[in-house]
Design a protein around this ligand. Sequence first.
Ligand SMILES: [Zn+2]
Length: 446
Amino acid sequence: MTGTAADTTAETTDLLQVLIRNACVNDGHVESGKEERSVGALEAYLGTAGLDVERYEPKPGRTSLVARIEGTDPEAPSLLLMGHTDVVPVNPDGWSREPFSGELVDGFVWGRGAVDMLNITASQAVAMRRLAESGFKPRGTLTYLAVADEEALGTWGASWLVEHERDAVYADYVLTESGGYQMATPEGIRLPVLTAEKGTFWTKLRVRGTPGHGSQPFRTDNALVTAAEVVRRLSEFQPDAHMHEVWRRFVDGMHYPPELHDAMLDPAQLPNVLAELPLGMSRLVHACTHTTFAPTVEHGGTKTNVIPDLVELEVDIRTLPGQTGEEALALLREALGDLADQVEIESNDDPSTASPIDTPLWDSLTRVTGRLVEGSALVPFLMVGGTDNRFFRRAGSVGYGFALFSQRLSFEDYATMFHGNDERVDVDSLGLSEQLWEAVAHDLLD
Ligand SMILES: [Zn+2]
């Protein structure tokens, strides 16, 4: 290594501030994001280190960057460090500081993207440069991907790259967001590794009625009234909890007291556990163990004096590992009950993805984190949202969500800041993650 830990922490902090200030806000439109600006900054930062750097731009401004240290043995396992450069929109009203200032205050860098996930994008870039400068010549190839468009389904980012530029980005092992916050247990710190993520089964429901005059509502077939009942049924629907493998291994690894341990794995007792947990944690535990149904959008009606004949609803349905689209549809029909046949259902199935837990990458992370976080051990965990890992898992990679956070950032902090107000990260977390990437590259690829 060419620098001290303090140097690399300062360098990661500087780079993170640049990425935050670039404000690559992705609102879902193809002309938003403009990630080319952060790719430019990363290219300037990496460019002098002798790395092999390429740009990919499927749409103007939607640029991704690939940097590579070629391995000496084509048969050796390869590793991809992947961070997205785009961020979600922000409403500054809820913030105590300017969201794109990148201000450093009391050891925290503030700004949209500080934990999702410019912190990782920056620390991975610093690790790449450090490794290149140190003359790192691994057996297996190490690739860094600063990817566009993660926050809008990866269409112009990871999805496009895996489909059109597979050779440039594919690796046997992938590390990307998020995981790695320190969770205290009686047996020491546990670090969650996101080995699987839920699927999306986004659904549009068309509820039809018969138009009529709003002055005579008696016994009319009003689509809005039917839609209200559909929404009520969806919000009250309680499908059974499903204790899948990732959940079981997480609960086992957390060393809960025996009674709580058993209750967390028992569908009959889980509702009592959910009632006792703090709100943030109960939402997460519920999402980890259930197919979820959230009605989120409603369009309908034309005029105050017209009985509406069409209402369209959108429902954010999230599926569990191993669950098929048919199973999700059956649950949806169960929720709708006798209204199921009156509603047109149009769904887009993007199933859950998972990587095995017992892999060389897991072993490597175990060795490295044991050194970096004293008394820690890894536990598998389920990502309840989506990440770019899904494209790589489907292409054959083992993909985990992992980084490291210091104890200055609790899980509750982390969860509320994700896409939320006052997003910020402490510089110790940045330094820890940077050390993690360097150490894993040595451990796994040498
Ligand atoms: Zn993210």
